[in-house]
Ligand binder design. Structure first.
Ligand code: NAP
Length: 244
């Protein structure tokens, strides 16, 4: 029995990477999991098989408003203690050579996605519940490499975090964000397959290593715990000192 026994968490993008570790971390503390995925059913099932509490798998492309709404129709009256807005994408958008379709995909997935998910989830989230948004240090600093729109969507997510914290305070819903630095997942796999890029990044890491999904999940679990009951509107860097 963990400190979150009897609670229910909806984790978007829970199939892989950071979302998978969040599902596992919350479940280790006893939370039941609603595990959302988009394209990778097999990965979602693999993650679900590692979870000992109740787990329900749901699917939707959260860049689509109709699909998001239909997912919440299926959730009907399921009360939620925690909503973790984790699903996201990291696409290059170099200035002067980016197709408008990529701009739309980035905005629809990383910004309108969590906004509409939270809009739809609001009547299910219990008073006193928690929302944790998975942002990025890229929303706080300039990062070379032509991914400005990614940083902009994450800066916007931090702004939503602060504003929702105020807006939802009357219902005692706490809203915080985690802002990971470089974490080893499928998202960064290709990027770090180039040894020169990896070396360059490691040279800028004060702790001399990349982060793990579990190191992000630990902070999300804390933000859902009783120990975080007076924290709201914050975005916490988890970057091993990359951003200080
Ligand atoms: N990895 C890093 O270094 C890093 C750093 C800072 C912030 N982050 C943020 O952390 C979050 C998770 O990243 P990750 O590294 O774990 O990525 P990942 O391994 O690529 O996993 C992404 C997850 O998001 C889901 N997803 C992607 N597009 C979606 C869509 N249109 N609708 C619904 N779900 C969608 C995927 O579902 P399917 O697989 O089922 O399609 C998957 O579960 C993202 O918000 C990312 O921006 C990551």
């Amino acid at each position: 029995m963990g400190s979150l026994t009897g609670t229910t968490a909806l984790v978007t993008g829970g199939s892989r990477g950071i979302g998978r570790a969040i599902c596992q971390g919350l479940a280790e503390q006893g939370a039941n999991i609603i595990l959302h995925y988009n394209q990778n059913r097999a990965a979602a099932e693999e993650t679900a098989s590692t979870i000992k509490t109740d787990v329900r798998i749901i699917q939707a492309d959260l860049s689509s408003i109709p699909e998001t709404e239909s997912m919440f129709d299926d959730l009907a009256d399921t009360p939620l203690d925690f909503l973790i807005n984790n699903a996201g994408i990291w696409r290059p958008t170099p200035m002067g050579s980016t197709h408008s379709a990529v701009v739309n995909e980035m905005l629809d997935t990383n910004l309108r996605g969590p906004f509409w998910v939270t809009h739809c989830a609001l009547h299910l989230i219990k008073d006193g519940g928690r929302i944790v948004n998975v942002s990025s240090v890229a929303g706080r600093i300039g990062v070379a490499g032509g991914r400005s729109l990614y940083g902009a969507t994450k800066a916007a997510l931090d702004s939503l975090t602060r504003n929702w914290a105020l807006e939802l305070a009357p219902r005692r819903i706490l809203v915080n964000a985690v802002a990971p630095g470089y974490i080893t997942t499928d998202m960064t796999d290709d990027f770090f397959s180039d040894p020169a890029t990896l070396e360059k990044v490691l040279n800028r890491q004060p702790m001399g290593k990349l982060g793990t999904p579990e190191e992000v999940a630990d902070v999300v679990v804390f933000l859902c715990s009783d120990g975080a009951k007076f924290i709201t509107g914050q975005s916490i860097n988890i970057s091993g000192g990359l951003v200080i």
